[in-house]
Design a binder for this molecule. Structure first.
Ligand code: PDD
Length: 284
């Protein structure tokens, strides 16, 4: 049985308890982070901790502990659960209070939960080797997607629609342009240029995105941060997604149309390799 972390305690998962009055449960009043683990090391931990602090600040919440203490909790769970390849999930909510739309005053103790998920084959993934198929759906999420809140019902519905249409995932479209995948950032390769949507409130500022764009520029690849359409993506030479749980994963089909020759392309393959090499070297 896994050991999970709940509000200062390390307990077997069956003994972990959160209040029914928790505002994460009642209002989705909470934020989360997912940090991947490779070779028992945490990948891009500093970026995830920094984004957590920003998400919390946007919701008028403080960090429940500093980044070093957070790192120690992550490490202890990875070690106690013997995670070699997998994820650490972290969630912080405003805490438990009598149900009221207004934030409780004084603020209750925040709820802090972390657990691990073992994912053998995360790095050596069949989806990355084969490429994934996506379908487009309208982006019907709220407008502050830069805050990593736990209100994930629409992305979850999008994933189900994709499955129902015989695909692996969905790309969301707003005002004619792709915003992002249900749980990843979206990219195309046009000529010799990697194109991905510019940052703003419309998308999550992916930690993997930041690392991959930096590595692409360091490798002298051209990068353009701008919006693109599904039609442009279907005519691109390559497409791919990035996230903490998929790293760089090629997209080989969009709404039934093959991208390029319908197989994973060299840019996505190279970026995945570079990312994984650096991740393994710099994991904490
Ligand atoms: N999802 N966009 C959305 C909507 C996401 O949910 C995610 C991450 C990303 C990629 O961000 P990052 O590179 O920091 O993981 C982009 C995580 C993995 C999840 O919900 O499981």
């Amino acid at each position: 049985m896994r050991t999970v972390y709940v509000n200062g305690d390390y307990v077997p998962e069956a003994e972990a308890r959160v209040s029914v009055f928790d505002r994460g449960f009642l209002f989705a009043d909470g934020v989360y982070e997912v940090t991947s683990v490779l070779g028992g090391k945490l990948i891009d931990f500093d970026g995830h901790a920094a984004r957590l602090e920003r998400s919390l600040a946007e919701l008028d919440m403080p960090m429940p502990m500093d980044a070093d203490a957070l790192l120690a909790v992550h490490r202890r769970l990875v070690e106690e659960n013997g995670i070699d390849e997998g994820l650490v999930y972290l969630q912080v909510t405003r805490g438990a209070a009598d149900r009221d739309f207004a934030y409780p005053d004084p603020a209750p103790a925040q709820t802090v939960v972390l657990f691990t998920q073992e994912k053998p084959g995360l790095a050596d993934s069949p989806a990355a080797a084969r490429g994934i198929r996506v379908v487009s759906i309208p982006d019907r999420r709220w407008a502050r997607r830069d805050i990593k809140t736990v209100q994930l019902l629409y992305p979850s519905m999008g994933k189900m629609e994709a499955k129902g249409r015989g695909a692996d995932d969905a790309w969301m479209v707003e005002d004619g342009a792709v915003t992002e995948g249900t749980s990843n950032n979206a990219y195309i390769v046009v000529g010799d240029t990697i194109v991905t949507r510019h940052l703003g409130e419309e998308i999550l500022h992916g930690i993997t995105r930041a690392a991959v764009l930096r590595m692409a520029r360091e490798a002298q690849m051209r990068v353009e941060e701008r919006a693109f359409t599904i039609e442009e993506a279907q005519g691109a030479t390559e497409a791919f997604v990035t996230s903490a749980s998929t790293f760089v994963t090629p997209v080989v089909e969009i709404d039934g149309a093959p991208v390029g020759d319908g197989t994973p392309g060299p840019v996505a393959r190279r970026l995945r390799e570079i990312y994984l090499d650096e991740a393994r070297a710099k994991g904490r």
